[in-house]
Write a protein that binds this ligand. Structure first.
Ligand code: FAD
Ligand code: MLT
Ligand code: ZN
Length: 516
C-alpha cells in the first residue's frame, strides 16, 4: 500500500463477483483473456491464485499494492467497448493498465478495481512509409514498434528506459517524455490520432483523426473543431481507455555519436548545454545529466567500469551525456569535435569519453538509462520528477540532502542516498531518494517540502511521470483552483460515474463522482 492516508473505497462501487466473471467470459474471445481469483460456481473456469495477479496489482517500484480479483486482457476495441459499457452500468471501478511501468501509482488498483490490461491489443494497423505515420493498437510495446520501424528506416519519436515493457497507449496516457523529447518534441506534437472507449452506457468508441473510420484520418493537419485527442494525451486513464494510436515517426538517423563529459559543478552543466546547442544545432538529439551519487550508484549496481581515466577533483563531479543524430557522419563528427575542442580549450570540461562504436554508444547510454533500476536495487525509492528553470534546478537536491542530514535521516541509515539526474535539455530534474524501507518518517521529511520547494521556484511537480495516486492531492502546487475545477468538470463530462481510476489524478470533487 502507498504510504500516507489512502482515500476510502467508494461504497457505491460494485464488489466483483462470479456473475461479472461469467459476463466477461461471454464477451471476450479467448478464455485466457479473463484471469480471476473468483471461484467458478460450476467449475467452468480455472481460478487463478492471488500470486498470478501480483505483477498486475503491484507497481514497478513496489510502492503501490492493490487487490483486484479480476484481470482482463481484451484483444479488440469492440471487446473493450463491451467491458466498459458493462462496468458503467454495474458501477464497476476500472484501472486501465499498459505495461505497468508508471511511477506514480496510476496503473494499479488501490482496492479491488477491475484491471483492464492492454497487452492483448498488440496489432500494428498500418504504416505509411511516405509520411512516416504509424497506426497501432494501444498495447503495442514501445520497443517492438521501434524494431518494426528500424528496417523501414524510421524510428519512434520517443525512447525511455522502460521501452521493453511500456505500451504505446500507456506512453500516450502519461504523455511520457523520455530521452528524445529535446529533438522530437512531446507526444502532444507527434500523436496525430487517438481511438478511445468512453465510460458510458454504450462504451462509445471515439475515433479522432484515425485512419479507416470514414472521417478525416491520420492527417498531419486537421483544424476541424476542438482538438479532442489532446485531452487523452496525459489523461492517465481518467477520460477513456485508449485502444489505438496514430503517431508521426521520424527517419532513423544514419549517424549517431554519444559523448559523456565530466564537469566540476552544476553551473558548468548549464554552460556546456548552452555551448552544445550553439555548436551542434539541429543534430543534437539528447542532453542528459547525472550527479556523482548517480554515477556511483550505477557503477556499483551494474558492475560497469567508469568511462573516465581519472577521479574527479575533490571526489565530486557532474556528468552530461550528449547525443547527436544525423545523416552525415563526417559532418556530425566535425561538429561534435569542434564542440569538445572548444570546451577543453576553455577549461569547461574536466574529462570526457566519446563512443567509438555501437557497443560503446550502448554502454555510455547505460550509465544514464540504468539509473532507475540501480536505485531500485539499493532500496525503496521515493521518486520526484520536477520541471524547474535551469539555474535553480540543482539547489533542490542540495537542499534535500541538507534537510535529511539535519533530521538525522542520513546518519541513522533511513536514507541511503539522494541522487539527482534528468533531462537537462528539457528542464526536467529527477530526484531519487533511496530509503532503507518505505518509512513514514522519511516520507514526512520529503512531502510536502519537495512540492513547496518546487512551487517556490515556479516549477512543476510533475514534469513527465504524471499525477496518478501519488500526486492527486498535490496538483494545486502547480495549477490554479480555476484550472483544477475545469479539469474536474471535464473529467465528469467524460466519466459521469467516476469509474475510471477513482481517487487518482485530481483531488475529489465536493459532489461525489458517481452521482451521474
Ligand atoms: P502503465 O504504467 O500501465 O499506466 C500508466 C498510466 O496510464 C496509468 O494511470 C494507467 O491507468 C494509464 N493507462 C495505461 N494504458 C492506458 C490506456 N490504454 N488507456 C488509458 N489509460 C491508460 N516516463 C517518462 O515520461 N520518461 C522517462 O524517461 C521514463 N523512463 C522510465 C524508465 C523506467 C525504468 C520506468 C520503470 C519508467 C519510466 N517512465 C518514464 C515512466 C513512464 O510513465 C512509463 O514508463 C510509461 O509511459 C508508462 O507506460 P505503461 O504502458 O507502463 O503504463
Ligand atoms: C528517467 O528519466 O530515467 C525516468 O523518467 C525514470 C525515473 O526517473 O525513474
Ligand atoms: Zn525521465
Amino acid at each position: 500500500r502507498a504510504l500516507g492516508p489512502a482515500p476510502p473505497r467508494r461504497p457505491d462501487f460494485k464488489k466483483l463477483d462470479a456473475e461479472d466473471v461469467a459476463f466477461f467470459r461471454s464477451v471476450l474471445s479467448s478464455d485466457s483473456s479473463v484471469i480471476t481469483t473468483i471461484p467458478s460456481p460450476d467449475g467452468s473456469w480455472a481460478t487463478a491464485s492471488a500470486d498470478d495477479l501480483v505483477s498486475y496489482n503491484v507497481d514497478w517500484m513496489d510502492k503501490y499494492h492493490g487487490n483486484s480479483p479480476i484481470l482482463l486482457k481484451p484483444k479488440t476495441t469492440d471487446e473493450v467497448s463491451k467491458i466498459i459499457a458493462y462496468c458503467y452500468k454495474q458501477r464497476i471501478a476500472v484501472v486501465p493498465q499498459g505495461g505497468n511501468t508508471g511511477l506514480v501509482g496510476g496503473g494499479v488498483p488501490l482496492y479491488d478495481e477491475l484491471i483492464l490490461n492492454t497487452e492483448g491489443l498488440n496489432q500494428i494497423r498500418e504504416f505509411d512509409d511516405v509520411s512516416g505515420i504509424l497506426t497501432v493498437d494501444a498495447g503495442c510495446i514501445l520497443e517492438n514498434l521501434s524494431n518494426y520501424l528500424a528496417p523501414k528506416g524510421y524510428m519512434m519519436p520517443l525512447d525511455l528506459g522502460a521501452k521493453g515493457s511500456c505500451h504505446i497507449g500507456g506512453n500516450v496516457s502519461t504523455n511520457a517524455g523520455g530521452l528524445r523529447l529535446l529533438r522530437y518534441g512531446s507526444l502532444h506534437g507527434t500523436v496525430l490520432g487517438i481511438e478511445a472507449v468512453l465510460p458510458d452506457e454504450k462504451g462509445t468508441v471515439l475515433s479522432i483523426n484515425m485512419p479507416g473510420d470514414g472521417k478525416a484520418g491520420a492527417l498531419r493537419k486537421d483544424n476541424t473543431g476542438y482538438d479532442l485527442k489532446q485531452l487523452f494525451v496525459g489523461a492517465e486513464g481518467t477520460l477513456g481507455v485508449v485502444t489505438g494510436v496514430s503517431i508521426m515517426t521520424p527517419r532513423l538517423p544514419s549517424a549517431i555519436n554519444v559523448a559523456v563529459l565530466s564537469v566540476p559543478d552544476f553551473e558548468s552543466v548549464q554552460t556546456v548545454f548552452k555551448e552544445t546547442r550553439a555548436h551542434l544545432g539541429e543534430i543534437l538529439s539528447a542532453f542528459e545529466f547525472f550527479d556523482q551519487e548517480g554515477l556511483e550508484l550505477v557503477l556499483h549496481h551494474t558492475g560497469a567500469k567508469s568511462p573516465f581515466e581519472s577521479e574527479p577533483e575533490g571526489g565530486r563531479a557532474f556528468y552530461v551525456l550528449i547525443e547527436t543524430s544525423g545523416s552525415n557522419k563526417d559532418h556530425d563528427d566535425e561538429k561534435l569535435g569542434g564542440l569538445l575542442e572548444s570546451l577543453l580549450e576553455n577549461g569547461i570540461i574536466a574529462d570526457g569519453t566519446l563512443a567509438q562504436d555501437e557497443t560503446q554508444v550502448q554502454s555510455l547510454w547505460a550509465l544514464r538509462e540504468s539509473l532507475p533500476e540501480a536505485a531500485g536495487k539499493m532500496g525503496k525509492v521515493y521518486k520526484y520528477d520536477i520541471s524547474l528553470p535551469l539555474p535553480t534546478m540543482y539547489s533542490v537536491v542540495e537542499e534535500a540532502r541538507e534537510r535529511f542530514a539535519t533530521k538525522g535521516l542520513i546518519e541513522d541509515g533511513s536514507i541511503k542516498t539522494v541522487v539527482g539526474y534528468g533531462h537537462i535539455g528539457d528542464g526536467n530534474l529527477h530526484i531519487n531518494i533511496v530509503a532503507k524501507q518505505w518509512d513514514e518518517k522519511v516520507e514526512s521529511a520529503i512531502e510536502p517540502w519537495v512540492y513547496e520547494a518546487t512551487a517556490k521556484r515556479n516549477g512543476s511537480i510533475s514534469a513527465e511521470h504524471g499525477l496518478g495516486l501519488m500526486k492527486a492531492n498535490s496538483v494545486h502546487y502547480s495549477k490554479s483552483d480555476a484550472a483544477i475545477q475545469v479539469m474536474q468538470q471535464l473529467r465528469r463530462l467524460f466519466d459521469p460515474r467516476g469509474i475510471l481510476n477513482p481517487a487518482k489524478y485530481l483531488p475529489p470533487t465536493e459532489q461525489l463522482p458517481g452521482e451521474g
